[in-house]
Structures are given as C-alpha cells and as structure tokens.
Design a protein around this ligand. Structure first.
Ligand code: ADP
Length: 162
C-alpha cells in the first residue's frame, strides 16, 4: 500500500489545495492531509477550523484522512508509514523554498521522497492569502473555495478576522 502525506497550513483550504488532494488521492492508496504548524505564519483560522474545513470538503474521498501534527514532517510521515510527501507547485516562485525543504527532508530521512504536482492552470494564481484578502473585503469567494465552507470563512471576517 502506497501512503502519502500532503502537508500545509491550509489557512484556509482552497480549490487549489482540493485539486492537489483529489489528484494525489488517485495516485496513492492512502493520503493523509496534515495541518502543520508553521512557525513563520500566524494563522487566521484555528487549527480546529482548518481541520474541519478540509474534512468537510473531502468527506466523499474515501482514501483521504485529515489530521494535524506538531511533529517534524518526516517524523510524522514515518509514523504514518508514508513513503512520499506531496507538494503542489504553482510557479517558479514556489520552487526555491520547496526544493530546499525537499532536500532538507531527504537528508533527515532517505526513505521518504517528495513529489511535486504541477498546479492546474486555473488555480495557479490561487493562494490562501488571496482568499483571506478577498474575504476581508467581502468579495464573492465561490471561484476560490468550495460552497460548503464559504459561510464560515466570511463569518470570521464579520467578527474581526485579520
Ligand atoms: P499557501 O502556500 O497558500 O499558504 P499552504 O502552506 O497551505 O498554502 O500550502 C500547502 C501546499 O499546497 C503547498 O505545497 C503549496 O504549494 C500547495 N498549494 C497551495 N495553493 C495551491 C494551488 N493553488 N495550486 C496547487 N498547489 C497549491
């Protein structure tokens, strides 16, 4: 059984992330989507909210499980018996940091490889930052995130989100 991990901050999850999740779920037998703590980012949505959003939009994909971890990514992957870390690549601008991280992770554990899925062209411009910015200005989010979580994203900004 080929197991993979798709890590991220998902603050909040977007159609771009969902596209990578669906495609990775077709490649691997089991995909763990893991909400990780990024010490450089101060998230707008709580960890529970981010988990709940991803769970809601992936509930019909049977081989996807959504979790969270404070561990080092490769240690989490090892614990889940994963052989692969999945990352999405939007543009050359993603490449430097992602390449560096892939090399660092490989130097820690050579049994776990990183694979990059090229983003679909219609989501290349899409990021959680753009979604948060749109939400802050009460713009229609239906092109960026699934319908079932839009209400909860907007609610955050009505009650003073960043
Ligand atoms: P962001 O970079 O938007 O803050 P995350 O840290 O949650 O998002 O990203 C998790 C993973 O998803 C990363 O590998 C990132 O490159 C990828 N990703 C994010 N947005 C997209 C998108 N629109 N298309 C493809 N991959 C994406």
């Amino acid at each position: 059984m080929k197991i993979a991990v798709y890590p991220g901050s998902f603050d909040p999850v977007t159609y771009g992330h969902l596209d990578i999740i669906k495609r990775a779920a077709r490649i691997f037998d089991k995909l763990y989507v893991c909400v990780m703590v990024n010490s450089n980012k101060d998230p707008v949505f709580s960890r529970e909210e981010r988990l709940d959003f991803i769970r809601r939009i992936t509930k019909d994909i049977p081989n996807v499980e959504v979790e969270t971890s404070d561990e080092l990514l490769v240690r989490y992957a090892k614990r889940k018996d994963a052989v692969t870390i999945v990352k999405g690549l939007r543009a050359v601008s993603d490449f430097d940091a992602e390449f560096q991280m892939a090399l660092a992770n490989r130097s820690i554990d050579k049994t776990i490889d990183t694979v990059f899925l090229a983003s679909s062209e219609k989501y290349t411009y899409l990021s959680s930052t753009i979604v948060r910015e749109m939400a802050r200005f009460h713009t229609d989010l239906s092109e960026f995130v699934p319908e079932e979580i839009i209400g909860d994203i907007m609610k955050k900004y009505e009650t003073g989100g960043k």
